[in-house]
Ligand binder design. Structure first.
Ligand code: ZN
Length: 161
């Protein structure tokens, strides 16, 4: 598993993420590209304006994670880890085409939730909660904890992932 990035200001964040992700067998053959940009003003992201003020986004056209320097570093370290790992999860979902997982068992869940599930599975629930508490609130965090257990049982027992 390789995390490649273009700016040394991401060194310590990426090292922390890599330390946990490299323990995940499912990620063994994967390369994740992370690109720090000054801002998202000149970037076309999924044909939407919505993403201009996001700290990081998974760019589907290139299947890489782009990070918005003008916003990202206002978040604390835990939140930064959660933000990038969530986008890495989108990349992973996209690369591995997890349609079976999404459609058969998670039809009611959006890819957003599935991405958060992987962030938890890969060992970053504390970091994810630090971010989600701020962006989605306590109810989401409680739900995340409950669903994580249920989803874990489904994934391990039904899909063997
Ligand atoms: Zn997302």
């Amino acid at each position: 598993m390789v995390i490649s990035f273009n700016d040394s200001s991401l060194n310590s964040i990426c090292a922390k993420i890599k330390a946990k992700l490299e323990k995940q067998n499912e990620l063994d053959e994967h390369v994740f590209n992370i690109e720090l940009l000054n801002d998202f003003n000149s970037v076309s992201i999924n044909n939407s304006e919505f993403y201009r003020n996001e700290p990081a986004v998974h760019q589907k056209s290139s299947n890489k994670v782009i990070v918005n320097k003008s916003i990202f570093f206002y978040y604390n370290i835990e939140q930064q880890i959660a933000i990038i790992t969530h986008e890495i999860a989108h990349t992973y979902i996209c690369k591995t085409n997890q349609k079976k997982l999404k459609n058969s068992y998670f039809g009611v869940l959006s890819e957003e939730y599935l991405a958060d599930y992987f962030v938890c599975k890969w060992g970053f629930i504390k970091e994810l909660k630090a971010e989600r508490m701020q962006s989605y609130g306590n109810e989401y965090c409680k739900c995340l904890e409950k669903c994580r257990m249920l989803v874990n049982i489904l994934i391990v027992s039904v899909l063997g992932i």
